[in-house]
Structures are given as structure tokens and as C-alpha cells.
Design a protein around this ligand. Structure first.
Ligand code: SAH
Length: 346
């Protein structure tokens, strides 16, 4: 079957084999057809609403050494910070006042934030009427359980790559099995579970990307966040080839075809690579935006990669500007919690 036929079949069946995914990934002539199909599937299953998640990057302290990430513990070029519980709560309050329905608490794997410390904070934030997404890395199952009971609804933990050898090469000291264990625990505990990958890691092949997409389906992911790998000059992968947006958009579009009703953010890394990156992503399958509401020095120092989009931009008044831009492409800001499955509300 040619790639056009595969794309058109996947638009209705939401299935593709590894070999078929590989064929489409390697075929550039069908890219416009792929993106158009993903856009139609997005519209059919999750509509024209774009859900906003207010991102709070509350610590850049990390015990890990991921070779691609600017927060890796060996990196001395970054000024480290850790918000205190009141600072985090105040930002969450602001998010609620600004009309956000979800906050994402993201950070490095910072041992300071024990379950004992986080549980009361989550309870207070929950009382603000917000859905809570956590993105704080690998934890024992009992922590995930405690966070869930305290009110966390969703959890983001990218598998980064399903190629075990590549994963362990770029995440020294970490184990692929433990990453999988975490994702399975999160699923079992009833979290809306988000995962995803970096696209363009050195040594990553199109076949590996095809396997990644099938993994998302196999896991039953509720959310997939993926973006181009952007080399960071303060990391061991500093000399990696220049990043590209297109392969990440293709993986995203294929993900939308196979998991038609999940939440897919237009990620910051996509926006960082191209000024129109976010809009392109929204037209290739994405239905979520995660505006960064982190303030001050913290905003600048959560330096995963260089040029993190709008690092210096003030977090206020984002929504008005966003609503206008969305309107131009026939989209609008969603008013509900925007959970998955789409009809479920917190
Ligand atoms: N500690 C948390 C959050 C990590 S930061 C966790 O482990 O889940 C969020 C994401 O940023 C990572 O999952 C990774 O995929 C992405 N990231 C890190 N370095 C990057 C880079 N150089 N380019 C693009 N994305 C990067």
C-alpha cells in the first residue's frame, strides 16, 4: 500500500503496524496529507477547543545526569533555585485567578520535595478548584499513591525513547525498567497518564520512533508530549546536529492518528525552534498549550535547552493574546478541565 492509502486508512481505523509507521515516517511527499489527516482527526475527536495548562517550574535542582538536559546535576552553568511551598501556592492561586483550570507542577528530581511536604500543598491547591498535573520524575509507587489521594489528577513522565540501549546511554544511572514501572504504576493508580519522547536524539532511528508511537498506544496514554531535542551547550550532547521541527511534527501527527482522542500539547520546544512552531503543531494534531506562568529568575533558570521560548516574557495577559491568535486558525480556549477521556470532568 502506498503511504497515501495508509494515512487514509489510519484516519478511520486508528491502526498502523510498525512497518507502516516506518514507511510514512520515511516518506516526505505525504507529509502534507499526514498533517491534514491528523488535523481532521483532532477536530473530529477533541474539537476546536485548545486547553490551557498553567506550567509552574518550581525547582531546577535535579539528582539525575540526563545527557540532553540542562538541569543535569553536573551542570554548574545554571543557577539553581527551589521555590518554597508558599511561593508555589501563590502561583497556583494566581493561575486560578487568571482562569486556568489546570496547573502543571514540574521540576527536576529534587529530593527536598518529599511526599510529606507535597501532600499538604496538593490538598491546598486542590481546594482552589484546579486540576493538578505533576511532572516530577520517578518516585516510588507509595508517593504516587499519596499524591493521587491528595488530589493530583494527572502525571507527565516521558519515556524519552523506548530504545532501551539509547535510554540507558543518555540517562546514566537510571533504568529503563524503572521508568516503565513508574508509568504502569501511574496508570494503575488511575492517573491520566502522560508520556512522550524527544525526537532527534543522536542515534535514534525512524524505526525507533515507530516503536515509540506503538508504545504510546500500548500503554493507553492519556496524553503525549513530545518535541524536538534541542542540544544544550552545557551538556554532553552539545555537539549534536541542529534540531529540526518536521520529524517531531510527523511523530505527533501519527500519534494523533493512532490515539485519536488523547491530549497532545504543542510543546515549548516546538515553539522555540520556529516562531510559528506552536501554531503548526496545533494544525498537525495538537490540542493543548502549556503557558509557562513561572516568574522571575526561576523562569530564566529552568534552562532545559537554549532559547526556551519566551523565557523572558511576562506571564500576565498571555491568554488574551493567545485567544486572538487561536481565533485566526478557527480555534478557541477551552473552558472545562479538558481531561481524558474528553467527556470526563474533575
Ligand atoms: N524531571 C521531570 C521533568 C523533566 S523536564 C521528569 O523526569 O519527567 C521535562 C522534559 O524536558 C523532559 O522529559 C525532556 O523530554 C525535555 N527536555 C530535556 N532536555 C531537553 C532538550 N535539550 N531539548 C528538548 N527537550 C528537552
Amino acid at each position: 500500500m502506498d503511504s497515501y492509502q495508509l494515512i487514509s486508512r489510519a484516519e478511520t481505523t486508528h491502526n498502523l503496524t510498525e512497518a507502516e509507521l516506518l514507511q510514512i515516517l520515511q516518506d516526505s511527499k505525504t507529509d502534507p496529507a499526514l498533517f491534514a489527516a491528523a488535523d481532521r482527526v483532532r477536530k473530529k475527536y477533541v474539537g476546536n477547543a485548545v486547553h490551557l495548562r498553567a506550567l509552574i517550574e518550581f525547582t531546577n535542582i535535579c539528582r539525575n545526569s540526563c545527557s540532553y538536559c540542562g538541569l543535569r546535576c553536573q551542570n554548574q552553568a545554571v543557577t539553581r533555585y527551589r521555590m518554597n511551598v508558599e511561593q508555589i501556592y501563590t502561583l497556583a492561586q494566581k493561575a486560578a485567578q487568571w482562569g486556568y483550570k489546570t496547573i502543571v507542577l514540574q521540576g527536576g528530581e529534587d529530593p527536598f520535595f518529599t511526599a510529606e511536604l507535597l501532600v499538604p500543598l496538593l490538598r491546598r491547591i486542590k481546594a482552589l478548584g484546579l486540576a493538578i498535573t505533576l511532572s516530577i520524575g520517578e518516585r516510588p509507587r507509595c508517593d504516587y499513591e499519596a499524591f493521587k489521594q491528595a488530589g493530583a489528577d494527572r502525571y507527565l513522565l516521558r519515556i524519552e525513547t523506548t530504545d532501551k540501549a539509547l535510554y540507558e546511554k543518555y540517562n546514566p544511572g537510571m533504568s529503563f525498567e524503572n521508568r516503565l514501572r513508574c508509568l504502569q504504576d501511574l496508570k494503575q493508580l488511575g492517573y491520566e497518564t502522560g508520556t512522550g519522547i524527544l525526537v532527534g536524539l543522536p542515534g535514534q532511528t525512524p524505526l525507533s520512533l515507530a516503536k515509540d508511537i506503538l508504545f504510546f498506544k500500548h500503554l493507553g496514554a492519556d496524553m503525549i508530549g513530545l518535541g524536538p531535542f534541542i542540544p544544550n551547550p552545557d551538556t554532553p550532547l552539545k555537539d549534536a546536529p541542529a534540531p529540526q521541527l518536521l520529524p517531531a511534527l510527523k511523530v505527533m501527527a501519527l500519534t494523533r492518528l493512532l490515539l485519536p482522542d488523547i491530549n497532545i500539547p504543542a510543546t515549548t520546544a516546538m515553539e522555540t525552534l520556529e516562531p510559528q512552531g506552536r501554531q503548526k503543531a496545533l494544525q498537525c494534531g495538537a490540542n493543548v498549550i502549556m503557558p509557562n506562568i513561572t516568574e522571575g529568575e526561576a523562569r530564566v533558570n529552568y534552562a532545559l535547552y537554549p532559547g526556551k521560548a519566551a523565557a523572558a516574557q511576562a506571564p500576565q495577559n498571555l491568554q488574551e493574546q493567545l485567544a486572538q491568535n487561536l481565533k485566526k486558525i478557527g480555534r478557541y480556549i477551552g473552558t472545562g478541565y479538558g481531561g481524558h477521556p474528553p467527556q470526563r470532568h474533575c
